[in-house]
Design a protein around this ligand. Structure first.
Ligand SMILES: [Zn+2]
Ligand SMILES: [Zn+2]
Length: 138
């Protein structure tokens, strides 16, 4: 049976809270160099939800950058603790991405795909069932 409840993603200090209803449309990881910088880790890990399934509470700051193929990506982060909890991307209108780590739920769905596998850290082995894409589909 499909999950119809809510999950809550929060920043480290707890003042920026993003609530998502139901299951995400997609879950992916990306090891492009910008995601490595933005996450401070080897890859980003995000769940994509329709806008109407997401509620945002708090007063996040916004950082805009041009991603691959020069499309705009807008990250919302907590001005106090600096955690990026969610983002919007020009490439996915009407959708909101949520940083999966902010759910603090080890049972959260695994990514279906790793984008930019060509730039992943050499040790990174994600195991079976996760498609490795050398770049990102346009
Ligand atoms: Zn915070
Ligand atoms: Zn990326």
């Amino acid at each position: 049976m499909a999950f119809t409840g809510e999950r809550t993603a929060t920043c480290c200090c707890g003042s920026f809270i993003v609530t998502a209803r139901g299951e995400p449309t997609h879950v992916y990881a990306c090891s492009c160099l910008e995601c490595q910088r933005g996450s401070g880790s080897a890859f980003s890990y995000a769940a994509i939800y329709p806008e109407q399934a997401v509620t945002i509470a708090g007063a996040p700051s916004v950082f805009r950058r041009r991603g691959d193929f020069a499309r705009l990506i807008e990250s919302s982060f907590c001005p106090t603790c600096g955690t990026t909890v969610c983002f919007r991307a020009e490439a996915m209108p009407g959708m909101i991405g949520i940083a999966v780590g902010c759910f603090a739920d080890p049972d959260f769905a695994k990514p279906e795909r790793l984008f930019w596998a060509s730039r992943r850290h050499r040790w990174l082995d994600l195991g079976e069932g996760i498609a490795l894409l050398e770049t990102q589909p346009d």
